[in-house]
Design a protein around this ligand. Structure first.
Ligand SMILES: Nc1ncnc2c1ncn2[C@@H]1O[C@H](COP(=O)(O)OP(=O)(O)O)[C@@H](O)[C@H]1O
Ligand SMILES: [Mg+2]
Length: 214
C-alpha cells in the first residue's frame, strides 16, 4: 500500500526477531524516521487479548484450524487499528511476525489447509502486505535453546517439540523460495551484530529504506 514502508520479521522461536526489530528501529529513528514497532499476534488492544488465548496453555489447546481463525481475527484488528493507520501516515512499520507465521505454524507445521490460509490472506490482509519480509533462519535446536534462556511465560509453541520446529523451519524456507522478490533469508547464526549487518544488507534495495549498511 502507498505511503509507508512495511517490513515483517519472520522465523521460528529464538532466532532473534525481536532483538533485530529493536536494533533496526533505533537505527531508523536515529536517521529521523517515524518508526512503528509492533508484533503478532497482538499489536492492538483487541489483538493482544487474543494473543493471551493463543500463546498460553497446553500445546493442544487449539486445533490448527481454530488457531488459524484466532490468528486472523487478531490480525484483522491489528490491521484496522494499528497497521493501516501507521502506513497511511507514512511511517516505517517493523512487524515482529505477520501472515507468514500462520502459513508456517498453522499450515506447514500444524497441518491447516493452505487453501484456507490463502483465502484468509486474500480477504483479510487486502493490500496490507509487507514490501520486504526477513526470514530468520537458524537450527531449531539453537533457537529453542536461546528462547529458553529468555524470561517468557508465553511458551505454548516452544513446547511443541523438535519435529514441529523442523517442519516450521522448512515451511519458512519454502515461503522464501516461493516469493523471492518479497522475502530474504537472513542467516540468524552468530552474534547480534553480525545478524544486524545481514539485516541491513537485506533491505538495501528497498525503495525508501535509506539507511546504509555497515
Ligand atoms: N544473535 C544472537 N546470538 C545469541 N543470542 C541472541 C542473538 N539474538 C538474540 N539473542 C538472545 O536470544 C534470545 C531470543 O532472542 P529474541 O530476539 O527474543 O528471538 P525471537 O524474537 O526470534 O524469539 C534472547 O534472550 C536474546 O537476547
Ligand atoms: Mg520475539
Amino acid at each position: 500500500m502507498s505511503g509507508g514502508l512495511f517490513i515483517s520479521f519472520e522465523g521460528g522461536e529464538g532466532v532473534g526477531k525481536s532483538t533485530q526489530v529493536r536494533r533496526l528501529a533505533a537505527r531508523l529513528q536515529a536517521a529521523g524516521r517515524e518508526v512503528v514497532t509492533t508484533r503478532e499476534p497482538g499489536g492492538s488492544p483487541g489483538a493482544e487479548a487474543i494473543r493471551n488465548l493463543v500463546l498460553n496453555g497446553s500445546a493442544d489447546r487449539w486445533s490448527p484450524v481454530t488457531e488459524t481463525l484466532l490468528m486472523y481475527a487478531s490480525r484483522r484488528d491489528h490491521i484496522e487499528r494499528t497497521l493501516r493507520p501507521a502506513l497511511e501516515r507514512g511511517a516505517v512499520v517493523l512487524c515482529d511476525r505477520y501472515a507468514d507465521s500462520t502459513r508456517a505454524y498453522q499450515g506447514a507445521a500444524g497441518g491447516a489447509d493452505p487453501e484456507l490460509i490463502q483465502a484468509l490472506e486474500t480477504f483479510i490482509l487486502e493490500d496490507v502486505r509487507p514490501a520486504r519480509t526477513l526470514i530468520f533462519d537458524l537450527d531449531p535446536e539453537l533457537g529453542l535453546a536461546r528462547a529458553l534462556g529468555r524470561p517468557d511465560a508465553e511458551a505454548r509453541f516452544e513446547s511443541k517439540g523438535l519435529d514441529f520446529h523442523r517442519r516450521l523451519r522448512a515451511g519458512f524456507l519454502a515461503i522464501a523460495r516461493d516469493e523471492p522478490e518479497r522475502c530474504r533469508i537472513v542467516d540468524a547464526s552468530g552474534d547480534p551484530d553480525a545478524v544486524e549487518a545481514r539485516v541491513l544488507e537485506a533491505l538495501q534495495d528497498l525503495p525508501g529504506f535509506g539507511v546504509a549498511a555497515g
